[in-house]
Design a protein around this ligand. Structure first.
Ligand SMILES: [Zn+2]
Length: 196
């Protein structure tokens, strides 16, 4: 018995699953160390949920049903996702190639980060990533954002060359080079990565 009570809490890893809803389609469900169920709408219109680790999916479905009208209304009020023609995407890609690698190089030199190479993609769900070999990958849609947001994404990925996670050390490293990163991070969430 004593052993049972003295057992240290395990580090809780997030686990992700999904449910299918007749109206909202596939809903990504993240189980996390939280005490309540939460539903949110991503800028691209995807409905996502975060639920306590041991909550049932039935309770989530009940919550969705209860909030169905409100969710429907919020989805309708989402800013329209602009659709780009093929030639517009070509232009965006060209602009991205002209601007982003040079900006990465500039910011890396200025703040003392080392990376291997930069590749540019038309990614659907993320602004950027950093591989274990410190290869950065950036979304070409970045060039549609204001410069401070572009720098936020680049510095975020450069900070990953030193910390391969989102630990407190990572955020401290980012804050050192970009003191207002929190506001920029919040603002970035309002933009969609989706270019199509
Ligand atoms: Zn990150």
């Amino acid at each position: 018995m004593a052993a049972l009570f003295s057992r240290r809490p395990e580090r809780r890893l997030k686990s992700i699953t999904s449910i299918s809803d007749r109206e909202f389609g596939d809903i990504k469900v993240t189980r996390a160390h939280t005490s309540r169920l939460a539903i949110k709408i991503e800028p691209n219109g995807a409905v996502e949920a975060t639920i306590p680790r041991y909550a049932t999916l039935i309770s989530l479905r009940a919550l969705i049903d209860k909030n169905r009208a409100k969710l429907r209304r919020n989805l309708k009020n989402l800013p329209q996702i602009k659709h780009y023609s093929e030639s517009e995407i070509k232009q965006i890609r060209r602009k991205a190639h002209e601007f982003l690698p040079a900006r990465v190089d500039f910011l890396a030199r200025r703040h003392g980060f080392r990376y291997a190479k930069v590749s540019l993609r038309n990614q659907k769900t993320r602004w950027g990533s950093c591989s274990s070999k410190n290869n950065l990958s950036l979304n070409i849609a970045l060039v549609l954002l204001r410069p401070e947001l572009i720098d936020y994404v680049i510095l975020h990925e450069l900070a990953h060359t030193k910390h391969k996670n989102h630990s407190a050390d990572f955020w401290r490293c980012l804050e050192n080079v970009l003191p207002n990163y929190k506001n920029l991070r919040r603002e970035l969430k309002k933009h969609t990565t989706f270019l199509k």
